[in-house]
Design a binder for this molecule. Structure first.
Ligand code: PDD
Length: 287
């Protein structure tokens, strides 16, 4: 059974707080018509934002890359207000922010004199217990574009991949481009091979995950060797552990990787995954 999600009680749309049923946009909004928009998801642990600056920095970077003229930083106050208004000031939550280029007659070029459409809302998220999860993942072809560093709302290739996994009872995909693992449909992939942690280098084929950077910093603190290098499908036989990271995923152990035909990976250990989960808990919960 697929999980059923609920709408938030209200959303912030272009300066007003309104009920989702009343929050409407033009059919000519370029986010709706062309997927011409950027989004961001920021986690809140017991009501407190985690790595807010990093999330806003990435939002600002993406907006600039696609020339949407919008200052991301002042939105921090509205995000905090969303948490308060949703009654989540003491709870675990996330804030979704979406900025589209705005409304204009349809063109393939960027229209002039257009103002962005801003949508934002807070929603409860269960962030506890990630360390007890073990995900079965499907290895799928990475069919996405060559600017995966841009957190675009145009997620059809991610959605198609994730549907393939969820419909078959898997928890997530790991995507493969030209024989190399890139990332998950909504997460970053890490491999542990001979005691060294590997993850795909930053660039146009992955999103620069905020949690990815947190994990890399933790590895350096823990003196775990790290290589920001691609891992090939054929190297799976030498891999001891795989884990996935993300804002709401946090750090999840991969229990098995499957192709459509057979199981292609079973972990031999989980030592590094457990060590990083423990440190991540200290960082987010002060435990
Ligand atoms: N997804 N890669 C992809 C393709 C993602 O969509 C995400 C996050 C990540 C992890 O990034 P971060 O650690 O900054 O969350 C990597 C978000 C949460 C989403 O689409 O809902």
């Amino acid at each position: 059974m697929k999980p059923v999600k609920e709408y938030p009680a209200e959303v912030y749309l272009n300066g007003s707080w309104i009920k989702p049923q009343q929050a409407t946009i033009s059919v000519f909004d370029r986010g709706f018509m062309l997927g011409d928009g950027i989004y961001e998801v920021t986690p809140y642990y017991s009501g407190k934002a985690f790595k807010l600056k990093e999330h806003l920095d990435r939002l600002q970077y993406c907006l600039e890359e696609v020339q949407i003229n919008f200052d991301a930083y002042p939105i921090a106050e509205i995000m905090a207000e969303a948490i308060e208004r949703a009654g989540l000031a003491e709870s675990d939550a996330a804030v979704y922010v979406q900025i589209t280029r705005g409304v204009a007659p349809r063109t393939h070029y960027y229209p002039e004199k257009i103002s962005p459409t801003v949508l934002l809302y807070a929603y409860p998220v269960k962030l506890e217990g990630f360390e007890n999860k073990e995900w079965k993942v499907l290895s799928s072809k990475d069919k996405r574009w060559h600017r995966c560093d841009i957190k675009s709302t145009a997620l059809l290739a991610n959605v198609m991949a994730n549907e393939e996994a969820i419909a078959r009872g898997y928890d997530e995909n790991i995507l493969v481009r030209k024989g190399y693992f890139t990332e998950g449909s909504h997460s970053t992939i890490f491999f542990v091979k001979h005691g060294t942690v590997f993850t795909h280098p930053e660039g146009p084929h992955i999103l620069s995950g905020v949690t990815r950077q947190v994990v890399l910093d933790l590895c350096r603190d823990l003196k775990i060797k790290v290589r920001e290098d691609k891992v090939h499908l054929d190297e799976l036989v030498e891999v001891d552990e795989i884990f996935l990271t993300g804002t709401t995923t946090q750090i999840v152990k991969v229990a098995s990787v499957h192709s459509l035909e057979k199981e292609i990976f079973t972990p031999r250990k989980d030592t590094v995954t457990r060590q990083l989960q423990e440190e991540f808990l200290k960082l987010t919960r002060g435990k």
